[in-house]
Design a protein. Structure first.
Length: 494
């Protein structure tokens, strides 16, 4: 009877023991992963470049889907990618922008560029248009606004010496604004840099623990082409299901989950020689970006944990530290609750010790807000002035996550011109099965053949689109023949 009364007293909110136990549960759940990730991140090592690599630049095709409205602005990014000398660059745009992209591509002074177009602006559709034409064993998917270092390809290929690795990512940084920029741009730029730096920290830490990550970034990632040639991959990539809809957003999340579900391992090359530079939006458009990323996280992590469930066995640490954390990382809720439970839970302590415990917790909170950003502060010590902004935005971001949770059926970009012209395709209603199956008329019946995308022969209209440019340095070569006019807006080989 006495023991029952003690247990009841512990369970009552008025009991200091109740609040102290709550504090311990919240603290351990929230910060064990941070402490372990700190050690894991600091011990992380990239794959070194082998003396005799299996794959070289000639084994790489770069695929870039783009809907940019001014292709001349992409010139620095495209030139940085071509400076690494991949075997081929394939760019896919929309039909209305095909001619403008062709004009820019012809001035890039690279002999192996192909341009494709499709009628709609959708990254998944654009990627599927390019994949059947990739002939190299490695495909690098890249965004149109990234800048590569000239040393990227040897580093990103190094992990593929391990035959179990199917995808390799890079570390990233944000292109910083010049000092004369507006306060709004500087603030948004800093918050974007914080987002990328935290991501670098987390994916390196979790990869070191169990090889897991929530998402292999679509900004730049290398994959074995054999994965993309799988007809089941292409079918699933175009028909991913979310609730009662076909989801054609979140392409990088899908690829990440596909690798996990098919027992491929991934790796991140966390080296300056493999660090890409990207740009993010500012002001209200940056908030649109944050809400879009948050929706992707909610959808993908729910799919990983509840629908597919492969991560529970394959990546237990990442399941706890990344996937489950999505549902329990609202700082504006948990931080005050942790402080309050500590204060109420130590009501029976000596007053001096109680105040010391509270102050130590505040210092630890400060450490948690800074530790993931140490890389930024080392590069730009003056950035420490922006730290209060980062802390405040961290609490505000919890509201963005809640907004995203209640708007999961939204797939708009909101941050890019022309980015939402075909938004209705990103979340299309799942078609209902027809109750009746009619056979085709007998006179039109032919043998139906099912072939993988990689085996499908090129249609006659596409075969007319090839343009061959002879090497001008070869004086003995035959004079070039005039190219045929393409029958459709599908590539010339530049």
């Amino acid at each position: 009877m006495f023991g029952w009364k003690v247990n009841l007293a512990v369970a009552l909110p008025e009991s200091p023991t109740f609040w102290l136990l709550l504090f311990l549960v919240l603290f351990l759940h929230r910060y064990v992963r941070l402490i372990v990730n700190c050690v894991s991140h600091w011990r992380y090592k990239s794959y070194p470049i082998p003396d005799k690599p299996t794959f070289r630049e000639k084994d790489v095709t770069v695929v870039i889907p783009t809907i940019h409205h001014n292709f001349e602005e992409l010139r620095p990014s495209l030139e940085s990618i071509l400076a690494t000398n991949p075997f081929e660059l394939i760019i896919v745009t929309t039909t209305s922008k095909f001619d403008d992209l062709m004009k820019v591509s012809r001035t890039l002074n690279f002999p192996r560029i192909r341009i494709f177009s499709i009628p709609v602006a959708n990254k998944r559709f654009q990627v599927c248009e390019a994949l059947p034409y990739v002939t190299t064993p490695i495909t690098i998917m890249a965004d149109d606004d990234v800048t590569w270092p000239p040393t990227l390809i040897p580093w990103i290929l190094a992990p593929f010496e391990n035959e179990d690795i199917g995808g390799v990512g890079t570390c990233q940084r944000v292109r910083r604004e010049e000092p004369g920029a507006s306060l709004l741009r500087l603030a948004s730029n800093w918050l974007g840099a914080c987002y990328i730096e935290r991501r670098n920290f987390e994916i390196s830490a979790t990869h070191h623990m169990d090889g897991g990550t929530s998402c292999m970034s679509g900004r730049t990632g290398a994959y074995r082409t054999s994965i993309f040639r799988d007809a089941m991959f292409l079918h699933s990539f175009r028909t991913e299901r979310w609730r009662n809809y076909i989801l054609n957003a979140d392409d990088d999340n899908f690829v990440t989950r596909w690798l996990v579900s098919h027992n491929w391992k991934t790796w991140i090359q966390y080296e300056p020689e493999c660090e890409i530079e990207t740009t993010l939006e500012y002001g209200l458009r940056f908030l649109y970006q944050c809400s879009r990323w948050a929706r992707s996280n909610w959808r993908s992590n729910w799919t990983s944990l509840v629908v597919e469930r492969h991560v529970w066995k394959q990546q237990p640490w990442s399941t706890y530290a990344l996937h489950i954390a999505t549902f329990t990382s609202l700082a504006f809720v948990f931080d005050p609750l942790i402080l309050a439970s500590l204060w109420w839970g130590t009501a029976n302590w000596n007053e001096v010790i109680r105040r010391y415990a509270f102050r130590i917790m505040l210092v630890f909170f400060a450490f948690t807000k800074v530790v993931k950003l140490l890389g930024l502060f080392r590069k730009n010590p003056v950035d420490i002035l922006y730290l209060p902004l980062s802390i405040v935005f961290g609490y505000f971001h919890g509201l963005i996550k809640l907004y995203a949770l209640f708007t999961l059926n939204m797939t708009t970009w909101g941050s890019r011109k022309d980015g939402d012209d075909n938004d209705n395709l990103r979340l299309a209603p799942w078609p209902r099965r027809c109750a009746i199956l009619n056979n085709p008329p007998l006179e039109e019946v032919e043998i139906i053949r099912y072939m993988g995308e990689a085996e499908r022969p090129m249609s006659p209209s596409k075969s007319k689109c090839k343009i061959v440019i002879n090497d001008p340095s070869n004086s003995s070569a035959a004079p070039p023949t005039p190219p045929e006019e393409p029958a459709s807006e599908k590539t010339p080989l530049l």
